[in-house]
Structures are given as structure tokens and as C-alpha cells.
Design a protein around this ligand. Structure first.
Ligand SMILES: Cc1ncc(C[n+]2csc(CCOP(=O)(O)OP(=O)(O)O)c2C)c(N)n1
Length: 354
């Protein structure tokens, strides 16, 4: 097996090692199983509303692994959407914290039980707080883009959203502001096109491919099969490299599946669309990087972990009513999310004062 794992399998991408491919597979399965657990929670009344990532793993796990993670202008800023869980998990967030937000528990480090599931805010990694309003992140991203342009260096701003959202003014705003001559912004825009906005088919709304709109602004672009891990890795690597060095925007439109429908509002049932994890597993098997038994073990292990995490989350408290006005404005430093920290956010006696 060691010999298999040391073989380089793709020309032209020196970092595309067997170890990396197996790591991406594990992250994809981790994301899928935490989302499965979250769906079970909403069905059993342990949560109110689910929306998430099944179908976006092949696009977003490679993205998360390539982020330059850290706080401040020299690192990357992320402005995400509610299907971005593979990005933050690939960056190192803990799956249990997604279940905490799903259960609206006080221990949820992203919103202390006050926002929908998969609405992240991780200050130490420049993950900007998310709102459930679609596409507004494309307007907000301009702010960190301007700050990074002024600062210099190689940190970039990354913004991720859906196809429907590109019809909001925020998308056009980002295209306009990131391409002003002499004032271009270092923003990587990644649109996941799952062909729907809730129940509206994109084929009834989009007169041209979304990528053409970016091209009209002179933005270098890629239109990729986002169900293919390698295509995603490569386009993201190229896009990041361009934005880091040129300090100008780059756009990726990735076609992806939407495997459990829009959200729990439509039942979150599995639908018949291509599953990017199964497709990736076929590639791993074909390259003899793993056996079927080894891949199955990854699924089992992650499912067991999620079930254990759920038991922990179930026993944790909801936020007290008097917490309702907290986190409206900036909070004291000890309240920021610290992944891997043993102490839980609710432990502090500091009430925030607002
Ligand atoms: C500003 C705004 N308008 C409308 C909505 C209601 N809404 C929630 S999800 C959604 C569809 C988004 O579709 P798309 O951008 O394609 O992303 P997807 O959910 O398919 O990933 C809409 C219209 C919203 N959340 N915010």
C-alpha cells in the first residue's frame, strides 16, 4: 500500500499525490456524513431547518484545502454560502460544531445557537460572518478585496455562492467593483451551479452561461465540471495563483449536483443526480489507491463519529433567553471560535455587555 500511496498520478500537478487524493476523499465523506446526521436531526425534531452541501464536496473540499488560512490581511478572507461546509471542514473546523448549530445549541461556536445550520463565522481564519440572504456575500467581499489591495502582499478574498444568486445585484456589484481600471481587486469568485434556485430551473432564467457575464468584464474565467475533484483542484489552483500574483479577479463557474434538494423545506430527500463521491471513489479504485473495503471503512468510521457527536450535542443546553441581544455587535476576544479548543464558547462569564 505504501508503494501505491507514493505514486504520482497526474501529470503537471506535482501536488496531486495519492495521499492528497485520499485526504480529499476522507473530507468529502466527513462532510457528507455530517450533513446526513444534520438531516436526521431535523427529521427527529432535534433541529428546525436544514440546508447544506451534499453535491458540492468535489468542488469545495479542494477549495478549502488550498486556502491560506489565518487571521488578517496577509491571509485569505472567505465569504461563504450555506453549502460551503466542505470548505470549512477542509480548513479544519470540527464536524460536531456543525451539529451544534443544527441543534441551535449554546455551544455552537459560529452563532451560539442563533443562526441556521452551515452559517459560519470564524474570526481566526478570516471566515466572515454569514447571513442567510443569498449573494450579499458578493457585495461584502468587495470590502476585504479593497483592504487587501491597499495592503499588498498575496492574501486574497474568496467568495462562494449559487447560480440563482448571480441574478441578484450583488453579483454584478462584485464584477463592477473588482474590475475598475487601476483599482482591480484580488477576489476569487466561485459560483456553484446546481441548476436550481429553490424550485426555479436556471434554464428558465439564465440567457447566457454565468461565466459569460464575468468574461464581459474581462475577468479570466473557467467553466468546470464541479463533480470532478481533479477539475476543481486544478481550476482553483490556477485561479488562486492568478489572483495572488496579479491582484485581479478570477471567476469559476462549477456545475454541481444538488443531492438532497434545496433544504428541509422540500423534505431533504435524496434525488437522482450524479454523486461526486461515488465518481471519485471509482477513480481511486481504478488507480488502486484504496480497496473497496478501505473506502467503506472511511464511511463507517465517519458515520460512527457523527452518531457519537450527535449524542454529545443532544445533552448540551440551548442558549438562555437573555442571550438574544448578544453578538449583534463586536464581542470580546475570548468569545471567538477556536477550533480544537477544549473550553466551550459558553464557558466564559463574560456576558458581552450588549
Ligand atoms: C436576498 C435573498 N432573496 C431570496 C432569498 C430566498 N432564497 C433562499 S435560497 C434561494 C435560492 C438560491 O439559489 P442559488 O443561488 O442557486 O443557490 P442554491 O441554494 O441552489 O445553492 C432563495 C431565492 C434569500 N435567502 N435571500
Amino acid at each position: 500500500m505504501d508503494e501505491r500511496k507514493n505514486r504520482t498520478t497526474q501529470n503537471g500537478m506535482p501536488d496531486w499525490t495519492p495521499q492528497l487524493q485520499l485526504r480529499i476523499h476522507d473530507l468529502m465523506v466527513t462532510t457528507r456524513t455530517v450533513e446526513e446526521q444534520a438531516i436526521r436531526m431535523v427529521r427527529s425534531g432535534d433541529g428546525w431547518f436544514w440546508i447544506g452541501a451534499p453535491g458540492e464536496e468535489a468542488l469545495s473540499a479542494p477549495l478549502g484545502l488550498q486556502v491560506r488560512k489565518g487571521q488578517g490581511l496577509d491571509n485569505d478572507y472567505l465569504h461563504l454560502h450555506y453549502r460551503s461546509s466542505p470548505i470549512v471542514l477542509a480548513m479544519g473546523a470540527q464536524p460536531i460544531d456543525i451539529l451544534r448549530q443544527m441543534g441551535a445549541k449554546a455551544t455552537d461556536p459560529f452563532s451560539r445557537g442563533r443562526n441556521f445550520v452551515n452559517h459560519f463565522a470564524i474570526r481566526k481564519w478570516n471566515v466572515a460572518p454569514m447571513a442567510p440572504t443569498i449573494e450579499t456575500q458578493f457585495s461584502i467581499a468587495i470590502g476585504t478585496g479593497i483592504a487587501q489591495r491597499r495592503h499588498g502582499g498575496t492574501g486574497i478574498t474568496i467568495v462562494n455562492g449559487g447560480d440563482g444568486g448571480t441574478h441578484e445585484g450583488d453579483f454584478a456589484t462584485c464584477l463592477v467593483w473588482s474590475t475598475r481600471p487601476g483599482n482591480e481587486l484580488p477576489i476569487l469568485m466561485v459560483t456553484a451551479n446546481n441548476k436550481y434556485a429553490i424550485s426555479t430551473g436556471s434554464c428558465t432564467q439564465h440567457g447566457t452561461p454565468i461565466v459569460e457575464r464575468a468574461k464581459a468584464f474581462g475577468i479570466p474565467s473557467r467553466s468546470i465540471d464541479g463533480n470532478d475533484v481533479y477539475s476543481s483542484w486544478k481550476a482553483i489552483a490556477e485561479g488562486m495563483e492568478y489572483v495572488r500574483s496579479e491582484r485581479k479577479p478570477f471567476f469559476i463557474e462549477a456545475s454541481v449536483s444538488r443531492l438532497n434538494g434545496h433544504s428541509s423545506s422540500s423534505g431533504a430527500n435524496r434525488v437522482e443526480e450524479e454523486d461526486c463521491i461515488l465518481r471519485f471513489e471509482e477513480k481511486l479504485l481504478h488507480q488502486e489507491l484504496a480497496t473497496r473495503k478501505e473506502l467503506d471503512r472511511v464511511w463507517e468510521k465517519r458515520r460512527e463519529e457523527m452518531a457519537q457527536a450527535y449524542e454529545i450535542v443532544k445533552s448540551e443546553p440551548f442558549p438562555p433567553g437573555e442571550d438574544i441581544y448578544r453578538y449583534i455587535f463586536a464581542e470580546p476576544k475570548d468569545q471567538y471560535y477556536d477550533p480544537g479548543s477544549k473550553s466551550q464558547p459558553g464557558d466564559s462569564n463574560n456576558k458581552g455587555g450588549r
